[in-house]
Design a protein around this ligand. Sequence first.
Ligand code: NAP
Ligand code: MG
Length: 489
Amino acid sequence: MATTNKNQNSDAWEYSSALDTTKVTIESKSKLFIGGKFVSPKSRSWFATINPATETKLSDVACAGKADVEAAVKAAKTALPKWSRLSGTERAKYLYRVARRIQERAREFAILETMDGGKPIKESRDVDIPLAAQHFFYYAGWADKLAYAFPGSTPAPVGVCAQIIPWNFPLLMAAWKLAPALACGNTCILKPAETTSLTALRLAEVFQEVGLPDGVVNIITGEGDTGRLLAQHNTVNKVAFTGSTEVGKLLMRGTAGTGKKLTLELGGKSANILFADAAMDQAVEGIVAGIYFNQGHVCCAGSRLFVEEPILEEVIYKLKQRLGSLRVGDPLDKNTDLGAINSKSQLKVVEGYIRSGVKEGAQLHQLTTKRLPSKGFWCNPCFFTDVQPSHTIAREEIFGPVLSVMTFRTPEEAISRANNSPYGLAAGVWTDKGAKIFEVAKKLDAGIVWCNTYNKFDASSPFGGFKESGFGREGGMQGLRAYVRLGGV
Ligand code: NAP
Ligand code: MG
C-alpha cells in the first residue's frame, strides 16, 4: 500500500517563487557546427526540442544524416595535422579562453540548460556550469605537461574522436569529453543527446569567439542513428560514449576488431551503506541529495540504501520528514529542489518502475505536492521500504527519483549485498569510524566510493566504473589516457 507525504510546510510558510527571469535568446533553427561554421543539415531534416517543464518548443534542431556525419568527420580529419602539431602551450591558451568564456556566459548557459533539460536552476548554476568551466581549466593545465603524465614515453594524439553524450548533464558531459581530447591534440565530433542539444551548440559559439581553429571541434545534433553512423565511420580513431548499457554494448560490438579506441561510461545501481554509528542527520541529507539530485537522472545516483537494521525506523522517519520538505516544480525557480523529468518517454520509464515496485510487494512512500504545474513531465520523489533484493526496483537502473531501502546486520553482509549488482559505478559509506570506512570502501566493486558524502565531483578526480558500468576513466590525470597513444597503443 502506498503512503503519501504531504508537504509539511503550510501555505503560509511556503517560499515565494524566485524565478530567474533573465531572457536567453534561442534561434528558431539550431544548425550543425561543422568546420567552424553553423550549417543547415544536408539531410534537410529537423526535430523539435522542447522545454520538459512546459512542453513548449524551444527550437528546431538539425538532424544530421549520413552526408552531415561525413562532412563533420572530414572537417575533423582536415584540422587534425595542424592542431596536433601545435605546442601544448598554444593549445592550453585556447582551452583557458574557453573556460573563461563559459564563466562569463555562465548565467545564460545555466538558464538554457534548465530550459532544455528540466533540471533545477540552482543545480545548473552551481554544479553543471562551474564544473564544465573547471574541466577546461584543469585540462588546459595538462596540455603542456603531457610528458609528465606519462613519464618515459612520448604521448601522441589518438586522432579523430567521436564523442557521444547523454541528456542528464549536457554541457558538463561535453566538457568531460572535449577538454581532455583537445588538450592531448585530438580533433572531435561531438553528438549531444536528442532532447538536450542547445547548450552544446552554445558552446560552439564559444569556440568561435575564442578563435578555435575550424574543424577542431564539430557538433552534430541528431538521433540515435546519427550516433551510430558517427561511431561506425572508418576515419574515426576513438569512440567515447556515456549513456545506456544497451547502446554501450552495441558500440563495443561495432568497434571490436576495428582498431578504434573505446571508452564507455554506462549506467549504475549504486549503493549507500548507512551504519548505526553515522551522524544521522548529515547522512540522511547526503542520501537524499544522492538520489534526488537532478531528479535521479544521474548515472551514479545512490539508488539503493542499505541501512543497519537497528536504525531502520529512525531512518525511515527522517527520510519521510526530509521528503516532505523537498520542493518540486518550476526548474527556473531558485527554490526548486526537483525539476522536470527530462522527457515524456523517461517519465513513462520511471512510472513503470514505481508501479512494478508496488506490484512486487514493496511499500511506496511518496511526496504529494500541490505546486506541480499543469503541463510538463513530473514525478514526485519517493522511496520504497520492504524491498527484496529480487525486486526489479532493487536490481535495475531507474534513472529517476526512486530510492530502494533495504537492511543489513553485519559489514560483510552490507558489502556483499552492495556488490550484488551487474553494475559497479559508485557507492557511499556512512559511519563515524574512520577504520571502518577504509575497510568497507576497499571491498566495494565501485569506481568511486564517497565517504560521509555523496555526488561530489571535481575535475581532478577520475570517474568511471567496473563491470557493466563501463571502462575507462574521465577526469583527473587518468582521464588523459584515453586520448593518447603511447608507443603506438
Ligand atoms: P542512450 O540511448 O544510450 O543515449 C545516449 C547517447 O547515445 C545519445 O546521444 C543517443 O542519441 C546516442 N545513441 C542512441 N543510440 C545510439 C546508437 N545505436 N549508436 C550510437 N549512439 C546512440 O540513452 P537514453 O535512451 O537517452 O537513456 C536510456 C537509459 O540510459 C536511461 O534510462 C538510463 O538508464 C541510461 N542513461 C545513463 C546515462 C549515464 O550517464 N550513464 C545517461 C543517460 C541515460 P539520442 O539521444 O538521439 O537517442
Ligand atoms: Mg529539451
